[in-house]
Design a protein around this ligand. Sequence first.
Ligand code: OGA
Ligand code: NI
Length: 349
Amino acid sequence: METKQVTEAKWSHGKTIPVKNVQALASNAVELTEEAIKRYIRPARTTDVVAHGGQSIPMIDLGMLLDPQTYRLEAARLKSACEEWGFFQVKNHGIPDTVLENMRNNLEHFFKLPLDEKNKFGQLPGDLQGYVLDWCDRLYLVTQPPHDREMRPWPSNPATFRESIESYSSELMRVTGSLMQIIASNLGVDLDRDTYVSQALRMTYYPACPVAHDKVLGISPHSDISILTLVWELNLVEGLQIKRQNAWVPVKPHPKALVVNVGDFLEILTNGKYQSIEHRVTVNPNKERMSISAFHLPKYDMSVGPLSGILAGGEPKKYKTLRVDEVAKVVFSSKLDGKKTKDYAMFST
Ligand code: OGA
Ligand code: NI
């Protein structure tokens, strides 16, 4: 079996772990049996509760948020999406179609390259050795601020890929900046731009899994460490599910919208007013899935704790003030499993 040596970037503190390439594993139809993929099988999945039909995550219109005529109404909808859901979709984001198309074409091209070619670039491990593995391959890049970039893992094949990533990354910074300004205003606080100046992109390829799609997971349940994560489900295949009232609620990909979710750092800043929500990714029996998660994070050497404006009413602090790099170290050195940051950052009650 082929393995790849992976080196994690700044945000994950340079560990090196060999993991199998799931796409290569999945493409070998002859060898693809439940036995061959036993490290990916999760017996507990058979008892999952999935909420079909009914609720779907709120849709927020960025165009309306940026128009003074419609601002108030839409900002109130955003507030309730952050308080009640922790997850929403955003349409009218203003990202030019060409930026999205270039990014999609380049990423599809990249994932189709031979394994040797892909392995020239750094990839994030599917998971730690000894654990049940996630059914996906990932490309993880630190993209912002520009001086934090380490270019070696940025693919130069296809030739336009770096340029596409650059444009996509700055468009997402713009959308995040707009959302964060309105979120700050909804919270009645001043928010330093340093709280969302860093960005990392995780591009994920989930092969189809005809033998055991209902027994593997594309990504284990976790919450994101970020302030805000923006996910683009670029080939519109379902798979993302969020935990709500003890059931998994599927997110239906929308051709014109990005998925946005509250991350752990925003939960800490808001002293728990906005909660990060656990989510996971399931795998399709016949269709591959691709997504790009953009994690927006505070400046690496910043300390983050509940905002004084939030605590103005004399509310007690529920979370410690911690350095961002310290939290990142703890989270990235452990298996994805539920709300890790919360266990670490919360005062015990
Ligand atoms: C993640 C994540 C969701 C998706 O990368 O943290 O939750 O749809 N991704 O791929
Ligand atoms: Ni996530």
